[in-house]
Design a protein around this ligand. Structure first.
Ligand SMILES: [Zn+2]
Length: 145
């Protein structure tokens, strides 16, 4: 399922079965510097599978550089029918060191948070950080509870 990153394109980490109803390719707008550490890829893939399982949502997850935007992760606006979510591994590693949070927890909660933004868009609600955070916390509670 993992496709190798070529020419610095974002690396596909997880893709729920089913065809997207859009053709957005994050390689149009984002890139990745070299292949990420296999251990990080494994943790991110497990996180995606867990979030997909408890949320029941389809989505695709990619590793990509987001340092220009200075964020940990991003939901790509306009992809709500089949959300495209990007994770920045370096930003996660730095944040996990800074806040002393395990990487698997950080990956799951950021994926859940971005998925929350996708649901807001799909349901025609305004983008709301608190709502996205609460959605991520509910998913995390299902995973760890
Ligand atoms: Zn947010």
């Amino acid at each position: 399922m993992i496709e190798r990153s070529v020419d610095g394109e974002p690396l596909l980490l997880h893709q729920t079965a089913g065809d997207p109803e859009h053709d957005y390719d994050p390689a149009w707008d984002y890139e990745l510097d070299g292949p990420p550490a296999p251990a990080l890829v494994t943790i991110a893939r497990q996180a995606a599978v867990q979030v997909a399982s408890v949320s029941g949502e389809r989505f695709a997850l990619y590793a990509a550089n987001l340092h220009r935007e200075d964020v940990l992760a991003r939901y790509c606006d306009g992809t709500a029918s089949y959300p495209i979510i990007l994770l920045d591994f370096d930003a996660h590693a730095a944040a996990c060191r800074h806040y002393n949070v395990p990487l698997d927890v950080a990956f799951r909660t950021t994926i859940g948070h971005e998925l929350g933004h996708a649901l807001q868009e799909r349901e025609d609600r305004d983008s709301d950080e608190d709502d996205a955070e609460a959605y991520a916390a509910r998913l995390e509670a299902k995973i760890t509870g």
